[in-house]
Design a protein around this ligand. Sequence first.
Ligand SMILES: C[S@@+](CC[C@H](N)C(=O)[O-])C[C@H]1O[C@@H](n2cnc3c(N)ncnc32)[C@H](O)[C@@H]1O
Length: 216
Amino acid sequence: MSIIINDLVEAYIEGLYRSRNNFLKNLREGAEREGVPIITKDTENFLSVLLSIHRPERILEIGTAVGYSAIFSASVISKTKIISVEMDEHMYERALINIEASQMENRISVLKGDAREIISDLNESFDMVFIDAAKGHYKSFFEGSLKLLKPKGIIVSDNVLYKGMTASNEFLLKRKRTIVKRMRAYLEYLYHHTEFETAILSIGDGVAVSVRKVEE
Ligand SMILES: C[S@@+](CC[C@H](N)C(=O)[O-])C[C@H]1O[C@@H](n2cnc3c(N)ncnc32)[C@H](O)[C@@H]1O
């Protein structure tokens, strides 16, 4: 598919988008105005379908930013409890304020620190892990999450196509070379994982969905 058609299709799908509620609408608009990276509208739409099918009771999110995707996910499934991890002090504080304002503080907890360390100390189990943090560390996040994932759990990795850079050197920015190399290695790793089936979807900035292989 040419990039132009892809852009047209994306714009069309984006035109269909409606915010779930006014709180999320304002939160998205504020984040977009400030350039805070949050899930794209089509990724949000995909997540809402995935959450509705999978109905996770517990989600581990890696990368909170201002709390948008956590608040969104909690609003889709009313029984879901979320632990989200954020290492940036300022984002962490803002996420807490937004989560309180959304009245979701009983269902969403934010842990401050580097997820690579925090998840190794967690002892809880999760139905879903949403990886949306430093792209160079996705493999560590994935491997660290495995011991916390329930047998039928799923791992969703966002931004895996990284503005097309993962797929083609044509789009590659020199300063992103190392991150892109790591992301490519991560996707190779996921695709050839002996325990997981993975699909990469060209939704938003690229979403990989991984589930455990069915045992025959
Ligand atoms: C793309 S944003 C998350 C967006 C959020 N999931 C949403 O859609 O609303 C990525 C966040 O991950 C955080 N981050 C990056 N590396 C991290 C790490 N190793 N541990 C915890 N947080 C990290 C960044 O500070 C940033 O706020």
